[in-house]
Design a binder for this molecule. Sequence first.
Ligand code: B12
Length: 222
Amino acid sequence: MTDQILTELADAVVAMDATRASRAAGRALESGIAPVVAILDGLSKGMERVSELYEAEEYFIPEILLSADAMNAGVDVLRPHLPKESTRDKRKVVIGVVKGDTHDIGKNLVRIMLENGGFEVHDLGRDVAHSRFVEVARQVGADLVCLSTLMTTTMDGMRVVIDELRRAGVAARVMVGGGPISPGFASRIGADGYGRNATEAVRVARSLLGSGPVVARGATQA
Ligand code: B12
């Protein structure tokens, strides 16, 4: 039954059918499937298949956007049911997609998981100017800055943001992620952590912030 519903969630995204995705999300809740499982093992799997179809040139930009709408419709149903971890003293996270890149589906998933993991998240959106990360990290007193990008052409912007943060004396840790990013790249540009997906992002964020200052700088991976 669980597998059937997870497949239905993924299929609804591939079929670009928002109504079907909302309905499948409702069924997932009724059947006691954890909302996080429905998002990551259902809707996100569908988006992965959509990515493959795009690469195979079977899907094009309109199909991708409609699939993303279907995924978001499912997330909207599931999100209020995600168990909230409340901590009295919330760690502050600033997140955004670096300049030049408008891909934000993955960043949005990471934001949702961090919020539900008990972090206070300030989302700067996509195509964010490098200096904006520094400005907001300073303003809110961020503990962690999360940078996302899906394109090889914009990944060097992460290095620029990290350099600007360090030059400005912002003490926040930095975690990076997104399609072309590897733990090696993260380490080379001076990031403190790297996460492959939204669940890893929460684990890495906790390991970076949970146990006091990280003495040696180097990319931590879950
Ligand atoms: C969806 C999509 C789009 C959508 C974006 C819609 C949106 N609102 O995001 C649309 C159609 C608009 C689009 C446009 C473009 N796209 Co596009 N797109 C994709 C596609 C098919 C899927 C990406 C996606 O959403 N995946 C699903 C999500 C859930 O996965 P994810 O993003 O990887 O995120 C997960 C992890 O990476 C991680 N993660 C992500 N961020 C972070 C951050 C942190 C801190 C951490 C820890 C983890 C983390 O966690 C996420 C959740 O698990 C990819 C193909 C691919 N294989 O990725 C191409 C792809 C990224 N696009 C590409 C290109 C080239 C473009 C365009 C330039 C096309 C064009 N010619 O106009 C434009 C970009 C314009 C711009 N300047 O930004 C290329 C990039 C190539 C490259 N050089 O790197 C790709 C790889 C396709 C390809 N093979 O050519 N695209």
